[in-house]
Ligand binder design. Structure first.
Ligand SMILES: [Fe+2]
Ligand SMILES: [Fe+2]
Length: 311
């Protein structure tokens, strides 16, 4: 993607339309193909779940915990995509009576995210069918999206780019090379990654466009809002990591000591913070663009806020 040559902004949008048409996939025909998840295998690889650090777990326990994390991972995407679609549709307004190529690229982006949400809803039911009752993912996507969308477009676009970049990195670095994952789980993220590559490219056009509209004080406020959004994501991760450990312990075949439960809680929270926050904000493309939009003092403020999340 980075090597694509273009001379005008319209051409950048056109490249995304072309790519989107070439890789367009169907949930049933291409992704599911009548298959089920293979519960004898892991869902999320260790590179993402970070479960290799929990040395007191058996291989079987690590597999189960990777499936629980994998279920949450899919649910998190289905859930953040609610506000992504709403924001991207809102942004199309900038192009309604202007560049129709840009409009088409963003409409396709929104359409793809609606399809992704359907995919994640469907696989949640399939994963639930193979796992014990009691799993909890209590977040209402509409409520969370309504809260996120109260923040400025600048802050929300920063969060969206961060998400769409880490999606790709996770797939390329950890999911694709792992030969021991459930084949269907792996394919869900292969197909998801293909369309996300173009989304990130569009975010990289739209976020700076929004940035140009802001006065210095508005940007200052938008940075506060980005920090607030990351804090809100972290609140969700704290609760979800705890809920996932509780679900794992309840379904286990042996008791765990208080110390072991605490180690699992810390490990999952660290993994979730890496998955949804650090692997995105530390991405070189995110860092480069953010560095172009903010002052060194503002960058420092963002970095300090992120450091406060370390456990
Ligand atoms: Fe998506
Ligand atoms: Fe996306």
């Amino acid at each position: 993607m980075q090597s694509i040559e273009y001379s005008t902004e319209t051409e950048r949008y056109a490249v995304c339309i072309k790519g989107s048409k070439e890789i367009r996939w169907d949930i049933d025909k291409d992704v599911l193909r009548g298959r089920e998840f293979d519960f004898s295998k892991k869902f999320l690889p260790d590179g993402i779940s970070k479960l290799d650090q929990l040395d007191f777990l058996t291989d079987e326990e690590r597999k189960v915990l990777s499936q629980i994390q994998g279920r949450t991972y899919a649910n998190m995407f289905g859930f953040v995509e609610r506000f992504i679609v709403a924001k991207i549709l809102e942004i199309t307004r900038n192009h309604w009576l202007g560049d129709q190529v840009a409009l088409e690229a963003l409409v396709r982006f929104s359409d793809e995210e609606l399809k992704h949400q359907e995919l994640f809803r469907r696989i949640e039911k399939m994963m639930a069918g193979g796992m014990p009752a009691g799993y909890s993912f209590p977040w209402d996507p509409n409520q969370v999206a309504a809260a996120v969308l109260k923040k400025s477009t600048w802050a929300v676009m920063a969060l969206i780019l961060e998400i769409e970049l880490f999606t790709q990195e996770h797939y390329k670095q950890s999911i694709a090379p792992d030969e021991h994952l459930s084949a269907l789980y792996k394919d869900v993220f292969l197909f998801h990654w293909k369309e996300e590559a173009y989304h990130a490219y569009l975010d990289e056009i739209e976020w700076p466009r929004e940035d140009k509209k802001l006065a210095p004080l508005e940007r200052e406020r938008a940075i506060d809002e980005l920090i607030e959004l990351v804090g809100a994501v972290d609140g969700i991760l704290k609760a979800q990591s705890k809920a996932d450990v509780e679900y794992f312990v309840k379904g286990g075949r042996r008791p765990f000591s208080r110390g072991e439960v605490e180690r699992m809680e810390v490990s999952l929270l660290r993994a979730y913070r890496w998955q949804y926050i650090f692997s995105g904000v530390e991405n070189p493309r995110f860092n480069k663009l953010l560095g172009e939009l903010v002052t060194p003092a503002q960058m420092d403020r963002i970095e300090k806020a992120l450091q406060s999340l370390e456990v």
